[in-house]
Every structure is written in structure tokens, then in C-alpha cells.
Design a protein around this ligand. Structure first.
Ligand code: FNR
Length: 183
């Protein structure tokens, strides 16, 4: 069976470039990887008062992360960091202490922006959280700049260079997952 990869998109808007990118990557993925977006838009803001007994959307999100073999973050950059909605989702599934859903789950980070530096700041803040969360993170970097130029109206990638880059990313991520799954 394919490895299930939970894809977390850092933008909540319907027309999100990062969502388009996530869907394009899911379509490019080999049969050994099944990429599915796990939504974060209906999560309540994390509150430590309820961490032992979380609201259903929070519990469901954590369970979806727990059930996945691996995680892929595809995120924009907001003010040189990750969007609050994404950080909230990370926090929700990380608690209570010692019961994090992220720990040991192989992962990868892709950032995309209409700007020239492809969400570098968000990418690296996110990588820092992944270190703390014990997510064995694919070393290969992916900063997708000029993201507003990459898709046609149907959301298909327009140029082969980007497709090649993403295929190469996936070709590294698959073996990375296999060699970093919890023993
Ligand atoms: C942005 N944007 C942005 N872009 C960037 O490259 N670096 C940044 O620091 C920021 N900061 C920022 C803050 C906020 C609050 C917003 C709403 C936007 C622009 C951002 O990259 C652009 O809107 C993307 O299209 C957002 O990603 P999605 O929604 O298209 O996936």
C-alpha cells in the first residue's frame, strides 16, 4: 500500500497558490505516495485549558496526523514567518506534552510566494519548529518564488522546469519517508 502523507496547507483562502501547489504535487506523486490535504481552517485557537479534553475539530485533526505515515507542509510566508493558522495547527497536534502527534513522523517543507525569495523566512521558522517536534525533516529545500506565474486557470503547472523540480523533490521524499519511519 502507498504511504499516506498528510499535506498541511498554510493558507486558508480558496484561491491559495499554496493550495494549488499542494494539489499539483499530489497529482505528480508516484503510486507509492498518497498525498491528502488535512484541513486546518476550522481548528479553534489552541488553549492549554482544553488540551486534556480538546474540542472535536482539534481532536480530529490530531488523529488525522497520528494516522498519517508522513507530513508535508506547503505554506506561504506571512511577515517573514508562518501564517498563524499553520502555527496553531502545529500547536494543536503537539499537545499534551509527551503525546505529540508529530514526533518521529518523517516530514518535508515547501514554501511558495509571489515574491522572489519563495517564502524562505516561513520555511526556516517552520523548520525550527520541526526540529523541536522531532520531525525527521527532508534536508532538500524547496522555495517556490513567482508562484503567481506558475499555474493556468485550471490550476495546472505551466512549465516543465517546476514540474521537474517537484518530481525531484518527491523522488527524494519517498525514500526519506521509508528510511525515517518509526522503528
Ligand atoms: C503576505 N505576503 C508575504 N509574502 C512574502 O513573500 N513574504 C512575507 O513576509 C509576506 N507577508 C504577508 C503577510 C500577510 C498577512 C499576507 C496576507 C500576505 C504575500 C503572500 O506571499 C501572498 O499573499 C501569497 O499569495 C499567499 O499565499 P497563498 O494564499 O496564495 O497560498
Amino acid at each position: 500500500p502507498p504511504r499516506n502523507v498528510a499535506v498541511i496547507v498554510g493558507s486558508l483562502r480558496k484561491a491559495s497558490l499554496n493550495r494549488k501547489l499542494a494539489l499539483a504535487i499530489a497529482a505528480l506523486a508516484p503510486p507509492t505516495l498518497k498525498l491528502s490535504i488535512v484541513e486546518i481552517g476550522d481548528l479553534p485557537l489552541f488553549n492549554e485549558e482544553w488540551e486534556a479534553n480538546p474540542p472535536k475539530p482539534a481532536a480530529d485533526f490530531k488523529a488525522a496526523i497520528q494516522a498519517a505515515d508522513a507530513v508535508l507542509f506547503v505554506t506561504p510566508e506571512y511577515n517573514r514567518s508562518v501564517p498563524g493558522a499553520l502555527k496553531n495547527a502545529i500547536d494543536v497536534a503537539s499537545r499534551p506534552y509527551g503525546k505529540s502527534a508529530w514526533s518521529g513522523k518523517p516530514g518535508a517543507v515547501i514554501s511558495a510566494s509571489p515574491g522572489a525569495i519563495g517564502g524562505y523566512g516561513a520555511n526556516h521558522h517552520l523548520r525550527q519548529s520541526c526540529v523541536f517536534l522531532n520531525i525527521p525533516l527532508l534536508p532538500h529545500e524547496a522555495y517556490i518564488g513567482q508562484a503567481h506565474t506558475l499555474f493556468d486557470d485550471a490550476g495546472n503547472l505551466k512549465n516543465d522546469g517546476t514540474k521537474d523540480f517537484l518530481n525531484q523533490f518527491l523522488a527524494r521524499f519517498g525514500p526519506w519517508i521509508e528510511s525515517n519511519l518509526p522503528k
